[in-house]
Ligand binder design. Structure first.
Ligand SMILES: *Cc1c(COP(=O)(O)O)cnc(C)c1O
Length: 233
């Protein structure tokens, strides 16, 4: 199967309200260009250095999504161009993104990553930490001196447990969807420029159909488009 065929198959199976992020980590630019030629414009990477190198080399109408864990000291490298940061898992990181966005005269869209899996290894906020960050943003937006003008939280992101148990995965996706709806109710987007909750990023190659049935609006698909990666990332 070619990259173009894989991509077209997946795209034709996605409902219209679901955005496809083509996860191209570890893949060479030639593979990404094949997807680009087939019309794909949103690519997801999990290493800032790799994403920056690809951004420099590739057409400038591509939207680059950072889907991996972000170290605060590397935010500056992606701040000039990144279009969505999926893995914001601390207030400290959000502050740094805001600072670097300001330097670049930009507003950077972010998703708050929620820990929904059973595994300790996956990153993310718990419900309390999530609400705390949103509250801080809201308070700031309502104050006379909004220091968080350069970030906008546009939704939530989560990764389910790596398991064959569909029931467990479903429960985790449903939990994230319910948190998303709860946050939308509590943090009425109309009142605050830097909270506009519209994106729910969940679902990868193995579980995106289930994720969509649970309310996902953005799927991150790598191996089903580009083939298996040579080393685990
Ligand atoms: C690698 C990765 C994906 C894509 O995984 P596939 O199983 O290859 O589709 C999605 N989301 C994140 C956060 C990833 O790191």
């Amino acid at each position: 199967m070619s990259i173009q065929k894989n991509l077209n198959n997946i795209k034709s199976s996605l409902p219209e309200h679901v955005t496809l992020v083509a996860v191209s980590k570890t893949k060479p630019v030639s593979d990404l260009m094949e997807a680009y030629e087939a019309g794909q414009r949103i690519f997801g990477e999990n290493k800032i250095q790799e994403m920056t190198a690809k951004w420099e080399e590739m057409p400038k109408d591509i939207q680059w999504h950072m889907i991996g864990h972000v170290q605060t000291n590397k935010v500056k490298y992606m701040a000039p161009f990144v279009s969505l940061v999926h893995g914001v898992d601390s207030f400290k990181l959000l502050k740094e993104i805001n600072k670097q966005a300001k330097k670049n005269n930009r507003i950077i869209d972010c998703l708050l990553q929620v820990h929904i899996a059973d595994e300790e290894t996956k990153f993310g906020l718990d419900e309390k930490e999530l609400e705390e960050i949103l509250k801080q943003l809201l308070d700031s937006a309502r104050s006379d001196n909004n220091v968080f003008k350069n970030v906008r939280v546009v939704g939530l992101m989560g990764m389910a447990t790596f398991t064959e148990d569909q029931n467990q995965i479903k429960k985790e996706f449903e939990y994230l969807k319910s948190l998303f709806e709860k946050c939308k109710r509590h943090f009425d987007s109309a009142q605050c420029d830097n909270i506009k909750l519209k994106t729910l990023s969940m679902g990868m190659s193995g579980d995106y159909e289930l994720a969509i049935s649970c309310g996902s609006t953005m799927v991150r698909i790598g191996s089903s488009i580009f083939g298996n990666r040579n080393y685990a990332k």
